[in-house]
Design a protein around this ligand. Sequence first.
Ligand code: ZN
Length: 342
Amino acid sequence: MRENVKNVAGCFVVVFLIVFVGLWLTFGGNKETQKVELTPPQVHVAPIVELPKTYEIAHQAPEKYLSYDEVKNCVKDWNKTCPEITEYGVYGHNRKDDELFYLRVGTPGCKKVLIHACLHGDERLGSCALLGIMGRMLHDYGRDEDVTWLIKNREIYFVPVFSPESYLKSRHIEQGDPNRGWAYPGSKSDNTSSPIEAMKKFVLEKKFDALVDCHTFGEIVYFPSILSNEDKDAMKNLTSKMGELSGYNNGPIGRTAGYAIDWYYWKTNSPAVLIEFADGPTHNMPIQKVAPEVEKTYKMLLYFIREAPEIKLKGVVANNNTPENKPQLQPLPNRRIFRIFR
Ligand SMILES: [Zn+2]
């Protein structure tokens, strides 16, 4: 009898221990899962609207024509005054080892626009007017809504002096006219000189979304002569709007191809224009002609910087109407290779 009682008591103890350990493992030993997840309080904070900084930049056009070194120093000073929105950069050197420099204005990662001047070194007004436009943009940042938007949404590369060696001296660079003989589909020649080679590399590397080549004189905005029919309408629309804003004329650059803007359009599929600043009648216009030209063309340039990078062009390969580049029949695919890889 006593043995039975002992056994029953023993069984109770064993069952009790099993149940206790089971309960402990289920609830007591797994405290992590017992924690109540607290949801963070929903606090609504109004976004901080940061007013853009403004810069003290002389926004009048230069009072005299600047030398290559003076232009370089002016651009470097602007970069020091507005480091948040500019960068001074060098994209190459010419044969005399002069710096081929740019001032980037805007926000890295945004659509890229290239604006260069004085491809023809003796056309000083275009270069000086471009400097006036650059200074005015930097001054207007934070003061003018449109300019502020452009600087926040575009990456603009200004090259006020294309060729330091010929700047203010000559139309020609090294072996000839720098705005003729650029390669295009079907052409047999190509224009080469140290500043042009550096620029071509720069253009291919940056893959600009829009490009401007500033010259003097004629008050006209030209678009490439090798445009495919599909792209002609888009470029006509763009340049006529630019004309409305400035009073300038617009049209295709010529019956023959081989201008810098032809090459830019061919290689980037992006809108490229040549602007002839001022009404002439000579390349050597007095400095007093610069400020009114900045006034006349400022809005037109802002419009180009905003609109041109948004235009989707098809490119020159589809169809171009240059005499040397009649449509060629594509060779038939090699049927054997075609079958293997199909
Ligand atoms: Zn020119």
